[in-house]
Design a binder for this molecule. Sequence first.
Ligand SMILES: [Zn+2]
Length: 177
Amino acid sequence: MIFNVGPLFAPQEARKELKQDIAVEVALPSNWEAAFVPCGVLRAKLTAVRMQNDVLVLLKNVSIAGEIECGKCFKKEVIELAWESSEQIFYAKKPKIWGEEEFFIDPSGYKINLTPFLQQEIAVHTPLIFEHSPEKCDPEVLQKLRATPKMEESTPFAELKNLLQIEKNTQKHKKSK
Ligand SMILES: [Zn+2]
């Protein structure tokens, strides 16, 4: 989403801040890593404030619907991510700060690209672990998972235990000879 902050830089400085309700689709980069995949628009109350030559963008009451996979049964569910506020400074010049390179005011017309900021905020607010409410979990998948051998049996300690057991048995075998 391209947002025009030009009015904040008008010679007469008529506007100290810009306010707008936004409802935008957030395109995702191909290397998107967060588990949450938007399937609706992002809604928020946006305020842009001029700070000398930079612009501070504040978002309030942010929400967006999207799909996320259940950590237990891997079935996808549509949830709404919602959080209170986010903020980001857009710099007058392309910053050299790592991870902030995308946050600058395009000098050819006082435009800022909000998309990388919105993507970042969605990723930050995606729950690390998501699980359905138990009654929604796919019982078939859960049963299959229960039927598969436990992880414990392939841990290094379990393998060590097996080796020791083999050793013991061979020793017993030798003694008995
Ligand atoms: Zn589930």
